[in-house]
Design a protein around this ligand. Structure first.
Ligand SMILES: NC(=O)c1ccc[n+]([C@@H]2O[C@H](COP(=O)([O-])OP(=O)(O)OC[C@H]3O[C@@H](n4cnc5c(N)ncnc54)[C@H](OP(=O)(O)O)[C@@H]3O)[C@@H](O)[C@H]2O)c1
Length: 293
């Protein structure tokens, strides 16, 4: 599918590489094999961030890992790697910093870690309450004008912030949480605003994160559809996300080779309107957000 208005085409399922670098991460050789599998399965869009690491000393772990694997790939020019800026790590805490000084310094470090002259898609990880959004985005626009990134994206934003951002710099993607369990980006008009403005919506935590992902097959609507479609519950969940709007790309966050292939082939499943509704109206799924932190 088209990535924003870039004219570039990416796979309809993306890969979120966070789990390969944060606490509980697999050993390096396994992580590299997972990335190879992602690429071999036809997933051509990978989401990273400088802060996907264990702590401040480990900053850039995920970007370095991706760079090392991509270096040996003949298809590396067709792979789109996105990174992010706007958070710091201190110990195992994640702290917002979207000041222009931090954005510039972090960009230089990410370029080094990615072993690249230009970051394909550079996303503002989160809005910093101490820095006006416009100021953070002007810093991103400057990097783009200098050729240090090709495209700019946003993350963890509201519909209003997206509209505001587009007056400062062209926005290619918006990355917010979206799953059957957490739909605030749909109810809050974020997905629709993106669609209207030609922005790709990157759905992070498509399975609701580590804990909920273990129980997607326990929800009756998903389990029934999986059985009827001869698919897995995780594949049905991805199909449901894609069915919400043509501009949605789910970012799958697996650390297991066997799950990569399973998720990649979910791109072939298209749900009917009735099937979409059965998940949207499942009372048990709707209840999750009231029960989880
Ligand atoms: N912008 C932001 O602020 C932000 C925040 C969070 C995440 N993200 C992005 O979104 C990506 C995904 O988010 P996430 O990892 O938190 O949540 P997620 O993808 O909803 O859930 C990840 C969990 O799902 C499991 N899983 C994945 N595929 C599976 C399958 N086919 N069968 C069974 N279990 C499966 C994984 O376990 P296994 O490892 O065992 O497969 C893992 O525990 C991240 O990697 C990151 O790129 C962005």
């Amino acid at each position: 599918m088209d990535l924003g208005r870039t004219g570039d085409v990416i796979s309809t399922i993306g890969y979120g590489a966070m789990g390969l670098s944060v606490a509980g991460r697999p050993e390096r050789r396994t992580a590299a094999r997972v990335i190879e599998k992602v690429l071999d399965a036809g997933i051509s869009f990978i989401d990273s961030a400088n802060v996907y690491c264990l702590n401040g000393e480990d900053l850039g772990h995920n970007e370095r890992l991706l760079a090392a694997v991509l270096k040996g790939r003949p298809d590396r020019h067709a792979i789109r790697v996105a990174s992010k800026v706007g958070l710091r790590r201190s110990g195992d805490a994640w702290i917002r910093d979207a000041s222009p000084v931090h954005i510039r310094a972090a960009c230089e470090r990410s370029l080094q870690a990615l072993n690249a002259e230009r970051i394909y898609l550079y996303q503002l990880h989160a809005v910093d309450p101490r820095v006006p959004l416009r100021i953070s985005l002007e810093a991103m626009a400057t990097l783009r004008n200098e050729g240090k990134c090709a495209h700019v994206g946003l993350s963890n934003v509201t519909a209003q912030q997206i509209v505001q951002a587009t007056s400062v710099v062209p926005i290619t993607t918006v990355q917010n949480r979206l799953s059957p369990f957490y739909r605030e980006s749909v109810t809050g008009q974020v997905v629709e605003t993106c669609r209207r403005l030609g922005i790709t919506f990157l759905a992070y935590r498509p399975f609701g994160g580590a804990r909920l992902s273990q129980s997607v097959s326990e929800f009756q609507s998903i389990r029934l559809l999986a059985r009827n479609r001869n698919a897995t519950a995780h594949q049905i969940t991805l199909a449901w996300l894609r069915g919400l709007s043509p501009n949605i790309v789910p970012l799958v966050g697996t650390t297991k080779i066997e799950h990569v292939q399973e998720c990649a082939v979910a791109a072939a499943i298209n749900l009917t309107a009735a099937e979409m509704t059965s998940i949207a109206s499942d009372p048990w799924i709707r209840n999750v957000r009231f029960c989880s932190p």
